[in-house]
Design a protein around this ligand. Sequence first.
Ligand code: PMP
Length: 368
Amino acid sequence: MTTTQGGPVSWQELPVRDDLRTLAPYGAPQLDVPVLLNTNENPYPPPPELIADLRDAVAAAAATLNRYPDRDAVELRKDLAQYLGHDLTGRQLWAANGSNEVIQQILQCFGGSGRSALGFEPSYTMHRLIALATGTRWIAEPREPDFTLDPAKAVAATERHRPDVVFLTSPNNPTGTAAPMDLVEAVVDAAPGVVVIDEAYAEFFRPGTASALTLLPGRPRLIVTRTMSKAFAMAGARVGYLAADPAVIDALLLVRLPYHLSALTQAAARTALAHVDALLGTVNAVKAQRDRIVDELTALGLPVVPSDANFVAFGVSADGTGDAKAVWQALLDRGVLVRDVGLPGMLRVTAGTPEETGAFLDALKEVV
Ligand code: PMP
């Protein structure tokens, strides 16, 4: 950017809102390396039959691009309801450009100026950043040392702070820890406002781990968010969604931008949902690599957090005091990009293909 005098300016010199000045933009490094295991994507690209159908669906949508898209994405929401099951209908579903936008709409509607949101950290940092960007005060309470949540403490924190929005991430990013249903129920009962269960990684649950979708009946302040970015291998398409009481969706209509979800996006999402079996066929392969990482790192004597997601948080030394930044760099030097999530002595790795996971494990064995 240039001034009228032609000199460069930085954003700090612009009249940006005071409460944004201390923030830093979200951003995992996007580096060009052979093994990308840092942003919890599905390592398998969409299968050829889906790509062919996407081509047709996008071409059909392209022929209508002179018109605005379906503002309420009615057909997509029906398809999403059918995918989720639990007797949900399209009226209980809402979709946007990634679950980040869904979360932003929730905070615009239920948070905002003079309101607060509570999260249990470490967790997904965008909950905090979107809260702050929407003018919502952020309240952080700590998880237990093993990253689980103590139901009594979570309820006590909810009663103490009386937040307008509570975030529970299950499985939690960056730790992979799932939230038990009795905890979710207790927090919903205690919360004066809405409770958002961010289930971005729910398709990777281990057997026996439950989804908060089971709790929706009779709980109009419970919101479950999901995404097509992970299990569905559609991170590039930007489709996230939520399930909740129809009243929640009526409320969100107040803040959503008109025609927020493009006709191309809606067509791509519906086409992907028609290939659900092929897409979710990759989930078991990814879960097997997740379990392999847990087993092999445990055998190496490293501390490993049990994971219900497609990633694993681990300590870089047996005593937990290792230099995570140095290990992150040494892995990168060997062509493997993982995530430094800012937890002392720990890194997070996404489960990849067997080859990518093998490359990570080989590199790590050289490094630690
Ligand atoms: N929630 C969690 C817990 C996540 O980890 C992510 C992505 N990293 C998201 C939401 C947002 O995903 P998207 O906007 O791609 O749906």
